[in-house]
Design a protein around this ligand. Structure first.
Ligand code: ADP
Ligand code: ASP
Ligand code: MG
Length: 438
């Protein structure tokens, strides 16, 4: 067996039903003689379903148990298609869900985000238990690792920030000894723990990031994320036609595209890999033989136009209530308030008396921010906007993207155009990206 560690991440789509779990095992069979460190997400849309449990519990709608029952049922059904009737895995699944029952039997915790993490993390825990049991069942000896024993975060629930030094130490102490043993290791994406051993999550879609954290700490030779697409495409195939696969991509290009909404890779994934020059493969679990996309430090200079669309954007226009200029001494205050709330800033522009900032509008952070500055500033918020980022743009691509939209802010640099847009209210059709995207 080789000493080289490779990290594989399988997301929700690759584990959405029993057939897909079998497919994951068959992919792993090809690597039976290698040291594979596996990171898995919750199965299918489990995280969304568990979010409804959190919501129901917090609002005391009386529906939390019913909603949980549905999640449990789908996991038992999936397991029933993979295991004999009296297999231990059924007790393990039950034990995982009991953790949620304990939380929802109690009054809602005053910190919503805390309860969220305690409940939603079970999706990854149960998924990793099922896949672990199945791999052992099909003679792929695999050890199970609790990611919370390695990944230490701060105590900002739902958006835990990794404490790298301690995480590295814990990886050395806990994960590295496991690599001495034959076979694979499996762990959960998306979750971590605070110093007080409370479970945290790393932000939605964070499992790719987990795989990168382990790749970094274990000095992996490469990392692969297995997706339902052939690799990284020039744009999201759910929104655009005429997209093509990119064979190679530099870390820099990948960071730019994912930060601004190319949903195929979590934005925090690339940096830890880049810092240790660990290449990343984005591969298809439907066609595992195909080459996918190879992301490394090598620079390509003839990229086609690439488009990323980030929805749920809010544009805040901030101006002073007195006669001072925004830039004079208000910037540091505004930036501090933005950072304290962990608002993701995607674009900003300032004039003498106003400051426009476009941020992700996914929970109540924008309102909290606006509220915190309202005494000193006038704030106008425009919501339900899209941020469109185009790398390596051509005039034709820009023109076609602007069709049917009102552009509220636009910013251009040599390689990138960003625009905050509002849709002209017409019946929406799937946009047809011009062939220049090829
Ligand atoms: P996972 O199963 O790992 O959670 P995701 O569903 O989060 O996978 O990510 C894969 C999806 O990302 C694809 O199905 C595709 O619709 C979407 N996507 C968005 N932008 C791109 C892009 N530029 N290239 C490829 N896929 C993209
Ligand atoms: N299960 C989590 C989510 O859906 C994490 C992930 O899939 O990456 O957000
Ligand atoms: Mg995902």
């Amino acid at each position: 067996m080789s000493d080289q560690i490779r990290v594989f991440k399988f997301g929700g789509s690759s584990l959405r039903d029993a057939e897909n779990v079998k497919n994951v095992a068959s992919i792993l069979k090809r690597y039976a003689n290698e040291k594979i460190f596996i990171v898995v997400s919750a199965m299918g849309k489990t995280t969304n379903a568990l979010e409804t449990v959190v919501e129901a519990h917090a609002n005391q709608t009386g529906k939390a148990f019913e909603l949980l029952e549905e999640v449990k049922r789908s996991h038992y059904q999936l397991a029933a298609e993979l295991f004999p009737e009296n297999h231990d895995v059924f007790n393990t699944i039950n034990d995982s869900f009991v953790e949620i029952e304990w939380v929802i039997e109690e009054e809602p915790h005053e910190n919503y985000d805390y309860s969220y993490d305690q409940i939603v993390s079970v999706g990854e825990l149960v998924s990793s238990r099922i896949v672990h049991a199945y791999l052992n069942e099909v003679d792929l000896p695999t050890q199970w690792l609790d990611a919370r024993d390695v990944i230490l975060t701060d105590d900002i629930f739902r958006e835990g920030w990794v404490q790298w030094k301690e995480t590295q130490q814990r990886a050395d102490q806990v994960a590295k000894p496991m690599l001495e043993k034959e076979g694979f290791i499996i762990t959960q994406g998306f979750i971590g723990s605070t110093t007080e051993n409370f479970t945290t999550t790393l932000g939605r879609e964070g499992s790719d990031y987990t795989a990168a954290i382990f790749s970094f700490c274990l000095d992996a030779v490469d990392m692969s994320i297995w997706k339902d697409v052939p690799g990284v495409l020039t744009a999201d195939p759910r929104i655009f036609d005429n997209v093509v696969k990119l064979d190679r991509l530099s870390y820099k290009e990948a960071i730019e595209m994912t930060y601004y909404g190319a949903k195929v890779i979590h934005p925090k994934t690339i940096k830890p890999l880049q810092n240790k020059s660990i290449p990343l493969f984005v591969k298809s679990f439907i066609d595992p033989e195909a080459s996918g996309t190879f992301i490394s430090s090598e620079v390509e200079d003839n990229y086609p136009a690439m488009v990323a669309v980030e929805r749920d954007q809010a544009l805040m226009l901030i101006s002073t209530r007195d006669f001072s200029f925004v830039a004079e001494h208000h910037m540091s205050f505004l930036f501090r308030e933005i950072a304290n709330r962990r608002l993701q800033v995607n674009l900003m522009q300032n004039t003498a008396i106003s400051f426009a900032v476009c941020v992700n509008d996914i929970d109540d952070k924008v309102d909290q921010f606006a509220d915190s500055i309202k005494d000193a500033f006038k704030v106008i918020i425009d919501r339900n906007l899209e941020l469109i980022t185009v790398r390596h743009y051509t005039p034709e691509v820009l023109e076609s993207l602007k069709r049917g939209k009102i552009v509220l802010v636009e910013e251009r640099t040599k390689n990138t155009v960003q625009m905050v847009v509002k849709h002209v209210p017409v019946i929406r059709r799937k946009a047809n990206v011009p062939t220049d995207l090829r």
